[in-house]
Each structure stands twice: as C-alpha cells, then as structure tokens.
Design a protein around this ligand. Sequence first.
Ligand code: PGA
Length: 255
Amino acid sequence: MYTYMKRPLIAGNWKMNTSPAEGIALYKTFLEGKKKGGFRQELEWLVLPPFTHLAGLQNLGDIQVGAQNCSHQSKGAFTGEVSVDMLRDLGCRYVLVGHSERRQYFKEEEEELTGKVALLLESNCIPIFCIGETWEEREKGSTETVLERQIQEVFGHFKAISSEVVFAYEPVWAIGTGKTASVEQAQAAHAFIRQVWTRFVGENKAQSTRILYGGSMKPDNAEGLLSQKDIDGGLIGGAALDAEAFLNIARQFPK
Ligand code: PGA
C-alpha cells in the first residue's frame, strides 16, 4: 500500500448549493462525524461553500473553509467581485481557480486565471488549480496536450514559484455525470501532471505537490482512486453535500 509523503487533502466543493443556515448545519454534521474518528490522522479537511456562507462558518470548528473563486483584480470598481484579501480576512487559505464550470460557463481564460493565481500566491493563499480534458479531447487522444497547455498557459507567466500550489485533475466528462475516470486513467493523468509540474518547480517540490482527483468521487469508488501513488486527495462535488457520503469518502484514505 502506498504511504503518503505529504498530507492528503479532502475538499468538498458545495458549488451554488445550500442556504447559509443549511451550510452551518452541514458543517456541524461533518464536525460530529469527524469526532467519531476512523480517519487518517494527517488528513486535511476543507469545505468550499458559497461566499455568502464564509463569515458564518468561520471559527465553528477545525474543518478549514475555503472559497470557490476569487477576483483577478485586487480591489476597486469591479461590481460583484470578491477579492483575495477579503477572503483571506475570512480565514480562507485555499481558493479554487479554473474550475471547469467557471471555464465553461463564465469563459475564464488564461489572463484571468493567471491574475487570480498571482494574487493568491502574493497573499500566501493556496490556489487549488483545476485542470481536465473534455470527453472529445480524450477521445482524440489529446488529454496530455490539454493538461500541459492548461498548466503552461498560466504558470508559464511566473518566473519562480516558491509558494504552495495544489492541483485538481477533474476530467470534465466526469464532473457531476456519475462517470468516474478509471483508477488507471486517473493515475496516468496525475503522474503526467506531476511530470509537467517538475519543469516548473523541480523534482523535490513536484513530488510533494498535492494533486487531487475530482469527478463523481463517491464512497464506493474512492478507495481505488485514493490508493494510487499520484492521487493525494479528492475534490468532491455532489457527494460533499451528503454528510454521510463525504465522511465515508474520508474513511477511504489508505491507512
Ligand atoms: P462532482 O463534482 O463530484 O459532483 O462530480 C466535482 C467538482 O466539480 O469539483
């Protein structure tokens, strides 16, 4: 069995779900479940609720709270945007960048994504940078080309990357569809991402960079995925809204 060199991370992406009160109730259910134990001690826990929930969830317990997005501008006349500093003041250390729903529905591209990563790194926050191919791209055999481009087009703008970055490999065809990448497909993509990342930060840092898998992760498929050498945790959508399912995924991290 593979033993982790780094702290595994379980992150629940709530997307645009739950009211603030429901969010607090869900968070408290996680805390109760977590107290019962049966989890790897080193496991790092994170939830990513909507912005409106962040203040209410601050200081409620030892599950970290992060954000699903941030502005690529630092402050000013940008109606409707939420800045990295605002998020940091609310205790967010982790922020998702480039989730496929943002790329697809909000047309986020290179310039915006690069701006977000730059602001997060400057503020000592940790971007969870999401990448992944569509089904069409996989069928054409261009999965690796797509992953490499998504990394290069953003991180190629930085001279030196000394702060932590977390990756999430989320094949677009597996998000919210009930289809999961096979253990072999996921492991191969993760190993490839790590290999590309080595060019940016060197061998040692790339080996200790966490790469999460996301896309229909559930209690019954988590064990196989999480036991792979290059899969260091999960970014969980649908199943993160069901306390029992989320806790059961957390139990699947290899002992
Ligand atoms: P899913 O979502 O688990 O519902 O597929 C994952 C994600 O979008 O982060």
